[in-house]
Design a protein around this ligand. Structure first.
Ligand code: SAH
Length: 243
């Protein structure tokens, strides 16, 4: 069974966009996944086909209407398929969540626009709010493309060498080690000697050490989580510190 994505958006023309090319595009042409971009406006009921209204309590911008969005969701829902909404107020997307979603039957993704979505929608329907990072986009569409790209590359048979996923950043809780390729000498810089040694154990150890040092310096948050309880001082030491 292939992975089926439904995207609810005011801009269905944005899809499949970049996902129609390269790895994801080939996988789509091969029937490994499918994408249905649904125009939210088709579910508006008034003669102006309005999907938004002014914010309750005042303030700038417009808010997407819960009634119109619920109609779009209810008309397109598929049993067992999780409903996600792109939002900077959501839980940050992780490789772990991507892996879970890619293992399932597909996703439905609601893309916000304007100031966001009437909060009652999230109470009335089972919606998982997903953020792609701590910055504000103009709409959820690019976030949906990000999420789908991350899922599609994990689908069976999509990545050329299946093993190329295993060592990647985040899979082990660390950033990946740095890569090099020919030419051997470029602008006076050589490829690290160890990578040319042919000693696979040594190469593996070097790569692991690089993954650790890059993670420690660039992503102290990941490094701390990777080390888990090991960063805690032993209880004796803690006791001494308190005194
Ligand atoms: N006023 C809102 C931002 C609205 S941006 C706030 O401050 O929280 C408009 C839409 O873009 C959102 O509804 C959401 O669907 C999308 N969006 C913006 N930033 C996003 C992010 N970091 N992750 C996921 N979706 C985002």
């Amino acid at each position: 069974m292939s992975f089926a994505a439904t995207v609810l958006t005011l801009y269905p023309e944005m899809f499949p966009g970049p996902l129609g090319l390269s790895l994801a595009g080939r996988a789509m042409a091969d029937g490994k996944w499918s994408l249905d971009a649904v125009q939210i406006r088709d579910f508006a009921t008034d003669k102006h086909r309005s999907v938004d209204d002014t914010p309750a309590g005042g303030g700038a911008g417009m808010v997407m209407r819960a009634d119109v969005l619920a109609a779009a969701i209810d008309a397109t829902a598929r049993p067992g398929v999780p409903l996600l909404a792109m939002s900077p107020r959501g839980r940050p997307l992780t490789q772990e969540r991507v892996r879970e979603l890619a293992a399932g039957p597909g996703v439905a993704i609601l893309c916000g626009r304007f100031e966001g979505i009437d909060e009652r929608l999230f109470e009335a329907r089972d919606v998982e709010l997903v953020s792609i990072g701590d910055y504000i986009l103009s709409g959820g569409e690019i976030g949906a493309l990000v999420l789908l790209d991350a899922c599609v590359r994990l689908l069976p048979g999509v990545m050329g060498a299946a093993s190329s996923g295993d060592e990647e950043s985040f899979e082990s809780g660390l950033l990946e080690y740095p890569h090099y390729t020919r030419p051997q000498m470029w602008e006076g810089r050589t490829i690290p000697e160890v990578l040319r040694s042919g000693d696979h154990a040594k190469i593996k150890a070097w790569r692991h050490a690089m993954a650790e040092s890059d993670t420690r310096s660039r992503r102290p948050d990941l490094w701390e989580r990777h080390n888990g309880v090991r960063v805690q001082p032993p209880s004796d030491a803690r006791h001494e510190e308190e005194e």
